[in-house]
Design a protein around this ligand. Structure first.
Ligand code: BTN
Length: 262
């Protein structure tokens, strides 16, 4: 069980989690956070839910969100950035989660562009970032994080069972979600401040280390279009950069990537 008051206390003096809104059930924490941000709620406010009835994933997918098992949270940020570089926030959040899991003693943690955190190649966390711009500035960004904590293999929908995992599946033990949520917000704050103070470079470096795809060949599936090539980096806009066989440089800004076997 999550205790909103204790959670709020553990986060006192912090930026992320300065205001905690804990909900037993909600359609989507991202939609809730977006509405609140539009009404002017401050940077650092977090929405945390025990269950989502309409959890949203990337590319209009559903995010499975049963009660009492996982972390579904959305964080309101108001970075002073241009909208074009807002995807840096998604990569920053991915690094924060990957770092958190590594510190929980989990090995084989990796990142898959743009926003999947994996353990042993199975997805344990998804991140959905939504933004509102005001002219050439970001008004706010909502960073939605779905972390599979205590789900067992049989709890996953059949269609994703073989591709998804949870911390419990990987460690064999039930994880108290409250402490994990506190640590998640700490890691997000650490990496968000790093981005604002030192720029994208340290985030990019850590992201590439977790992704392990520099120099690897990938295929990109985005609707009917397919492209591919060797990964040469991530640019300032958070796009993945590839070079195809003719040496043509391409930017991957959407879709799913598949890393080809060597
Ligand atoms: C993805 O990998 O497709 C992104 C999944 C993001 C899921 C989280 S759960 C909390 C927040 N609220 C939502 O409706 N979605 C995000």
């Amino acid at each position: 069980m999550i205790d909103e008051q204790k959670l709020q206390k553990s986060l006192s003096g912090r930026l992320i989690g300065r205001k905690v809104i804990y909900l037993k059930t909600i359609d989507s924490t991202n939609d809730c956070a977006f509405d609140l941000a539009r009404k002017g709620v401050d940077e650092g406010a977090v929405i945390l839910a025990d269950e989502q009835t309409k959890g949203k994933g990337r590319l209009q997918r559903v995010w499975q969100s049963p009660p009492g098992l996982n972390i579904y949270t959305s964080v309101i940020l108001r970075p002073s950035l241009q909208p074009a570089v807002a995807p840096q926030i998604t990569l920053t959040a991915g690094v924060a989660v990957a770092d958190l899991l590594s510190q929980y003693g989990l090995r084989r943690v990796s990142l898959k562009w743009p926003n999947d955190v994996q353990i042993g190649g199975r997805k344990v966390c998804g991140i959905l970032t939504e933004m509102k711009a005001l002219g050439d500035r970001v008004d706010f960004v909502v960073v939605g994080i779905g972390l599979n904590v205590n789900m067992r293999k049989e709890d996953f929908d059949a269609g994703i069972r073989d591709r998804a995992t949870s911390i419990r599946e990987e460690t064999g033990g039930v994880i108290p979600r409250q402490e994990l949520a506190v640590q998640l917000y700490h890691h997000l704050e650490k990496w968000y401040k790093m981005l604002l103070q030192e720029g994208f470079s340290p985030v990019r470096e850590r992201w590439l280390a977790f992704a392990g795809i520099l120099g690897r060949k990938i295929r990109v599936e985005a609707g009917k279009d397919a492209q591919g090539g060797e990964v040469t980096g991530v640019d300032e806009d958070g796009a993945l950069i590839t070079k195809n066989e003719s040496g043509l440089r391409q930017r991957v800004i959407t879709g799913d990537i598949i890393v080809e076997r060597d």
